[in-house]
Design a protein around this ligand. Structure first.
Ligand code: XLS
Ligand code: NI
Ligand code: NI
Length: 437
């Protein structure tokens, strides 16, 4: 494909913090080593096909504004195939090494499943060519089980078995295509797997159906030898009133209850954490503690709107906290940082897509350098370790190893009297982090 889709825009280069060029990286320098690893390998940045190529930027009060000159607005396979090349040129110019897609973002949904599958195959042919030409890889694939009207009451949790069956058939195909394209993972985001009202809902039955669905996916994955990692992506609400995969803890509980924990990790999204009333840091710690931190949908929400606004991450505290968790847990294996983010409705020109991704990548580069400096400094880690030192020996070690029970604790306390504690030093630690920001 020889057309150029962003002719005005050169490949984005690292120009350093002094540069005033908005189309340059000030902090993200792909091959620069931080903590013994190249920046690009820490992040494994991915571009979200649905937002970058398919989001027209409509909102509940107005239609699309996005100018995408390469897109003729039709639902044709040709249009979908042309978009592939616009997407890959965009990623190449940004230096982004991975992408993520939904089946219905890359290819149109046609009259029946057979036709939709054929359209998806035809677009996958182009994706495969573009991957081979550019070296860009598929981080994960997924299926859109929420846009079509058949999914109006859910997919795997729909009260209608025929809808469950359709969803299974659709996911089977999406896994096939992800496998064919060498995808390193596959994500299950509930979409409409939840309820609008409990008045009409058998919650227990719906949860069992969702578990059956995921077990079928695991069986199929094993059958075809797909080795990518499965992820479940928590989100508390929107579009439904309550979604079953509402936060990291709810997902982990669900996976454990249904014997799925070993088969799925979590794909955590920053804005979903906010909607759940948590910080992203909290969600990442919950996942990491359960050895289930798989991948990240890197975006951010607007504190004042209360909607999944999917903005690009620019807050250095946020990226620092996220990189602290990633560095301490050894970083991504199959996962990466997928910019599940869209430009604002007012930012309708193609160049805005570049500013947005550059900003996100630079924000993470700064977060990485700061987090690495905090860990190398060591005071923060030492403080946290020291705070639990009473469990390293004596009664604490006996508690952790399970050697003692309530009667031993009673005897110990009768002998030792009132315990002593020291300050949690929150303000001191906040100041310590600020030393590095
Ligand atoms: C929506 C989700 C979605 C998933 C993929 O809020 O973030 O985009 O990442 O289905
Ligand atoms: Ni997401
Ligand atoms: Ni989201």
């Amino acid at each position: 494909m020889s057309d150029e889709f962003f002719p005005q825009i050169p490949k984005i280069q690292y120009e350093g913090p002094g540069s005033k060029n908005p189309l340059s990286f000030k902090h993200y320098n792909a091959d620069e080593m931080v903590g013994g690893k190249a920046m690009k390998d820490h992040f494994r940045f991915a571009c979200a096909y649905w937002h970058t190529m398919r989001n027209g930027l409509a909102d509940p009060f107005g239609g699309p504004t996005a100018q995408r000159p390469w897109d003729d607005g039709s639902n044709s396979v040709e249009n979908a195939q042309r978009r592939v090349w616009a997407m890959f040129e965009f990623m190449q110019k940004c230096g982004i090494g991975y992408y993520c897609f939904h089946d219905r973002d890359v290819a149109p949904e046609c009259g029946d499943l057979e036709k939709s599958n054929a359209a998806l195959d035809a677009v996958a042919d182009e994706l495969e060519k573009a991957q081979n030409e550019t070296g860009i890889k598929l981080l994960w694939g997924t299926a859109c089980l929420f846009a079509h009207e058949r999914y109006n009451q859910g997919a795997a949790t729909s009260p209608y078995a025929d809808v469950f069956a359709y969803a299974g058939a659709q996911v089977k195909k999406a896994i096939d295509v992800t496998h064919r394209l060498g995808g390193q993972g596959y994500t299950f985001w509930g979409g409409r797997e939840g309820y609008a009202t409990l008045l009409n809902t058998d919650l227990g039955r719906e949860l069992n159906h969702l578990a059956r669905f995921l077990h079928m996916a695991v069986d199929y994955k094993q059958k075809i030898g797909f080795e990518g990692q499965f992820y479940i992506e928590p989100k508390p609400r929107e579009p439904s009133t309550h979604q079953y995969d509402s936060d990291a803890a709810a997902c982990l509980n669900f996976l454990r209850e249904h014997g799925l924990k070993e088969h799925l990790k979590l794909n955590l999204e920053t804005n979903h954490a906010t909607l759940a009333g948590h910080s992203m840091w909290h969600e990442m710690e919950v996942a990491a503690a359960a050895d289930a931190l798989g991948s990240v949908d890197a975006n951010t929400g607007d504190e004042l709107i209360g909607w999944d606004t999917d903005q690009f991450p620019t807050d250095i505290y946020l990226t620092t906290q996220m990189m602290l968790v990633l560095l301490r847990t050894g970083g991504f294996t199959t996962g990466g940082l997928n910019f599940d983010a869209k430009v604002r409705r007012e930012s309708f020109e193609p160049v805005d897509l570049f500013h947005a991704h550059i900003g996100g990548m630079d924000a993470f580069a700064r977060g990485l350098k700061i987090a690495n400096a905090i860990l190398e400094d060591g005071r923060w880690e030492t403080f946290r370790k020291q705070r639990y030192a009473s469990y390293d020996s004596g009664i604490g070690a006996q508690i952790e190893s399970g050697e003692v029970g309530f009667e031993d604790l009673e005897a110990y306390t009768l002998q030792n009297g009132e315990p002593t504690t020291v300050s949690g030093r929150q303000e001191m630690l906040e100041n310590l982090i600020n030393e590095f920001i």
